[in-house]
Design a protein around this ligand. Sequence first.
Ligand code: HEC
Length: 273
Amino acid sequence: MDRGMVIFLGALLTFSSSWLGLILFPYWQLNNEKPYQKEPGDDPYPMPLQGEALAGRKIYQANGCIYCHSQQVRSEKFGNWWDENGQEHTGADIKRGWGSRRNVSRDYIYDNPTMLGTMRTGPDIANVGSRYSEAWQHSHTFNPRALNDWSIMPSFAFLYRKEKVVGERSEKALKLGREWTVDPGYRWRPSASEWDAILQQSGDAIKSRYLTEPTHTGGIDPNTPDGKKRLLDFWLTTEEEGIQIVPTGNANALVAYLLALRKAEVPVPEAKE
Ligand code: HEC
């Protein structure tokens, strides 16, 4: 056999065996996965995404959430941890509350593309829909620092609209203090001279609002440095007058998608852990 033939056969064998192993066998193995129903009358699991949640998956894709978030809860076998008695346990993901069982291929049968992710710069969000409310998700997407001041997640403030309130505040408006809304996506604080000017102008109103809070007994003197600081800290947590932040359609879709992520709580027979 000449050398060309050997190289050709070698290459053929290499490529065809990897094609069989990585494409064809997994396809045969997983191709027939069906939704799971414990009893005939039960809702099948999983269900395909619909409406807003389906549209939200596109927003998730387009904004690169997958670069920092995985959607795969690992089995009990991964991640050892020790309780206070020195006893060893496994299942770090489950201990973190990321799901009550590991993920299996059936969880993804309707996902195209699947959003498994590879990096965990942020937490795994396979099951994030069962962890937070809609309002939490909106505030967090608008500015993650408003919920966790140590967060390194980028702000997605461009998915929200800042507008003047006409009549009543919208029910959908985010309930965030002005420190998060004056400069969307950042944390805002006035300079010392700006704060002095604000106190000059509306100090009395701010003070009387401060005193209506049930925990603020004992009065406050805005002329002392401590009083000034306490008044500022309080004022920053109150909403901007006449201004509201409302989600755009894209923000609503993204949050509907996040709320629909419940991939690790419905029991399936193949995931015992
Ligand atoms: C640069 C990395 C990064 C990107 C990009 C990113 N995140 Fe995050 N995310 C984080 C980090 C870090 C946390 C944990 C701190 C926090 O709660 O903000 C987090 C937390 C979260 C949480 C709360 C999870 C929990 O269990 O507490 C949700 C939900 C979330 N991100 C959704 C998103 C969505 C949706 C996108 C895309 C629009 C996105 N993230 C993009 C880093 C990122």
